[in-house]
Ligand binder design. Structure first.
Ligand code: SF4
Ligand code: SF4
Ligand code: SF4
Length: 345
């Protein structure tokens, strides 16, 4: 256990699947050689296979405290960028040429199943699930590394790879049940989300949270009673970990999505939500029903003109309140350079 823990809450009722978070992270942290196909932040349509492909079936993590075997995801399962023959399409002078990926039709790529979802009209459904490293309290990646190249910081619980110690064995990638570690083949090291540590150190929230137009992401310390994280996770108890059964005690939490009612054969609203509660329980555990009931109750209170601190918190009219003590503007601090990630310009 670290002395303190920084955590994130993502309200899935507000994610519009725009991928701004992924791009914000990529612009800042994964632009070096060997990181071309690396997305520390991903946003996938659920239900779906996610990124890397079928990651939920790849094992890792712990069962009853015992480490479980896990698979090493391939570059193809993460989804490599397709290459295009621009010369052929635009400069060869062939009017019938089309711009298509080289090497034939691809069969997989990042966000291959975007907006596909499940169910049949008029009851089809989907929602977006953004994911970063969970900076777990019991990190399987750290425990699996024979080089002790992964550390969990005592002061804030952030999990980091020390690239100087890493020899690229990739046991961490097998062990992480969320498959949130990436291999940089050019540099021969494992790399992952650093929770924007150089920003947090200066009181600036993470890039993925600050750039999010949906105001989905709250950032702060779990033990700060005045901050949004403590309120959502411990006080109102509406934010739940993803796949807690993986045994790593993740520190990214999700407010599960409400959905409109299913329609019956005559097109009338039934009492059931369109997104099956059982499916949400398979992701966020047995407290989902209770959380959805709390959200509905508080929403009704707010609509009736009553006060609801929980709804005000989730609506986030005061945007900077979402970031606890990390509410400084990036322009007001020293240039934000990665202090741990080697070689960034
Ligand atoms: Fe390690 Fe994976 Fe947990 Fe991140 S999500 S701390 S990479 S086990
Ligand atoms: Fe990237 Fe920072 Fe978000 Fe991690 S916290 S996914 S490093 S932007
Ligand atoms: Fe867009 Fe925010 Fe959802 Fe990311 S978390 S896809 S930035 S709405």
């Amino acid at each position: 256990m670290s002395k303190r823990q920084i955590a994130m809450v993502m309200d899935l009722n507000k994610c519009v699947g725009c991928h701004t978070c992924s791009v914000a992270c990529k612009r800042l942290w994964t632009r070096r050689e060997g990181m071309q196909a690396m997305w520390w932040n991903t946003v996938n349509t659920q239900p779906g296979q996610g990124t890397p492909r079928a990651w939920e079936q790849m094992g890792g993590g712990f069962r009853d405290g015992v480490a479980q075997p896990g698979e090493l995801p391939t570059a193809g399962e993460f989804g490599e960028a397709w290459e295009y023959d621009f010369d052929e399409a635009f400069r060869a002078g062939r009017p019938d040429a089309v711009l298509a990926p080289k090497g034939g039709d691809p069969e997989w790529g990042p966000n291959w199943e975007e907006d596909q979802g499940a169910g049949a009209y008029p009851n089809s459904y989907y929602f977006y699930l953004p994911r970063i490293c969970n900076h777990c309290t019991h990190p399987a990646c750290l425990e699996a590394c024979p080089r002790e190249a992964i550390e969990k910081r005592d002061e804030d619980g952030i999990v980091l790879v020390n690239e100087d110690r890493c020899r690229g064995y990739r046991y961490c990638m097998e062990a992480c049940p969320y498959k949130k570690i990436y291999f940089n083949a050019s540099q021969g090291v494992a790399q992952k989300c650093i929770f924007c540590l150089p920003r947090l150190e200066q009181g600036v929230t993470t890039a993925c949270a600050r750039q999010c137009p949906g105001r989905v992401r709250f950032v702060g310390f779990l033990d700060d009673p005045a901050g949004p994280i403590h309120k959502l996770v411990n006080h109102y108890r509406v934010a739940l970990p993803l796949h807690a059964e993986y045994g790593t005690q993740p520190n990214v939490f999700y407010v599960p999505p409400l959905s409109p009612p299913k329609l019956d054969a005559k097109g009338n609203p039934s009492g059931e939500p369109r997104i099956p509660t059982e499916y949400l329980e398979s992701l966020f555990g047995p407290r989902v029903r209770e959380v959805l009931a709390t959200l509905e109750k508080e929403r009704a209170r707010r609509r009736a003109g009553e006060t609801s601190e929980l709804m005000d918190l989730l609506i986030s009219r005061r945007w900077l309140d979402m970031f606890g003590p990390f509410d400084r503007h990036p322009r007001d601090v020293a240039p934000l350079r990665p202090s741990r990630a080697r070689g960034e310009a």
